[in-house]
Structures are given as structure tokens and as C-alpha cells.
Design a protein around this ligand. Sequence first.
Ligand SMILES: [Zn+2]
Length: 328
Amino acid sequence: MPIILVPKDIISNDTQAFIKQFNITKTYVIGDTDIISESVTKQFPNPERITGATKYDRNINIINRFSADFNGENVLIATGNNYADALAGSAYAAKTNSPIVLVGNILSSSTRTYLNSNSSGKTVCILGGEGAVSSSIFNDSSNRRYQQSATKEFTNPLLKLGDTKEKHALVFGSSDNDMYQSASEAEANMIKISIDVWQLNASGEKQAAQRTLTVNKAVADVVKTVFKEIFEGQDKFPIYSVQGYAWRPDNTSEHKWGLAIDINPNENYMITSGGVIVAGSFWDPANSLYSIPEKGNVVTTFNKYGFTWGGNAWKSSNDYMHFSYLGK
Ligand SMILES: [Zn+2]
């Protein structure tokens, strides 16, 4: 069955020609009139809408509509935050007659209800890594623990704020404080990554650009996800400088482990509770586009993926440029 993408209110000549050329007898329209208008829908043969209040509800309603076509052996799970993993998995899903269930950072109630009654005895296959589908959803989906507690929060311990045993084990291979003893030991665990950012051009307009930074391999995927969400977020926060790993033999800053990231240092200073400026010049989000606002996309996205913001984490100082995985 071909999938035809249409704008909400108009269909192209190519699409009209396609409809004429093939003897289509039935059309499924995904979404209500707020997504695909009635005027567009009427131009397709024998249309039937499949709706739902959210993309997760629509996903489950589509699966239920075509449930007779699935062979019942596999359930695929992919993130609904973006389409790449689900799209990549769609060929395998078609080949194995398996549904792809979309999940967010927690399970929606319609998704939970579907998995409760449709995953028992099946192979549950997760498309994507930890950053895409958190392990708590994976575990709960594969052993069905979520059935016992419909309101349980699916918080991934690796995405919790602060210093946890799970985070230590992820980064250092052990839950002990097993830090790197030398720059060369640290650097063997680092990787340079490339991220998309917004930058301000000379006339003050935002334009896409790329930056690179070096971070610990253990958090590289999650850091990429954080910056992808910041880049796609509505704030379009401009980033002229981003720095991760730096070996600092004398202190316990997470930069030496590749777990801390500094953004736009000059406009996001570090200042002690006694008023001594340690780095940068000021922090003034009301007047500087480069200062990180407390309630904006940058802080909320880092927090969502388990990074603490130095702007509000400690009593001894505020380090507004600084985000750290273990909260130091
Ligand atoms: Zn820092």
C-alpha cells in the first residue's frame, strides 16, 4: 500500500495524476481535519479517516485498524519524538508483518493499553538506543511489569538528575568512583561529535551552523540528542561556543571526564556566592540572547536527559554556562 504525503489543504498535480493512473479503490486518511482537510480527503477514492487526539493515539488506532494483517509474532517499538528510527524500521516491520508502536519519554495510556493486551508471548524489538527509547520502557515492555502498576512513572535511572550508581557504571564501567587518573586515560574514552546549532549573523538573524565538541563516548549519543532537541526547539537558542572535555588535573570538574558542557561562557558567567566572578562577564537573559534562560529549551532539555544546570544547582556558586551529567 503506497503512502502519499499531502499538505493539509491542497494536493499536487502529481498526486492527482497518481490517483488517476492507478485504480485505487480505498484510501485511509491519517488524522482529523486539522491535519488533512476535508477538501483534500474528498479527492481520494473511498476515504476512511483514522484519527486520534495525539500521534500516539493515532498510531494505536492505525495498528488496531489493521490488526488482522499482523502475524502476531513481533512488536516493534520506536521513538515518536522523530521519525528516523520508525522509518528505518518500517521495511523490517512490513517484511515481518509487525506493528511499530511509537513511544515518547513515557508511555501514553493508549500505548500502555495496547501493549498490555498485545505483547504477551511476542518478541518485543526496540528500534534505536537508550537516547531514543529509554531502557525503562524497554524493560517494562519486554517483561510486562507495567501491567501491575498502570500509573508507574517510567523514569530511566540514566536520565535522572545527579550522581547515581547507574550513571557511574555507564561512564566508568563500575558503580564505584572509578575516575580517570591521567589525561591519556581520559582521552581514550573521548569522542569528538558534531552538532547543529543556531547562530546569529551580523544582522541579528538566526541561521543554522555546526559546532564540534569532545565528550565522553558513554554520553555522546545523549549529548547529540540534547543538542538536536535544542536545535529543533522553539527557542532556537543561539550558541556561538560549546565546550566539553578538558583535562584539568587539579579539580573535580566533570570537564576532565568529558561529562560537562559549557555554553556561551562570556554571557553565562560563573560567580561564587560571595560575588567573585570566576569565569565569563555576566548573566542577563532578559537582555542578552546568549544568556541561558532558566525556563527555556536549553535548561529543560539538558534536565530531561539527566544533566544538571550549574545556574541553579548549588549554594556555593552559580555556573550559568555549565551543564554536567553527574551534577558536579
Ligand atoms: Zn563548565
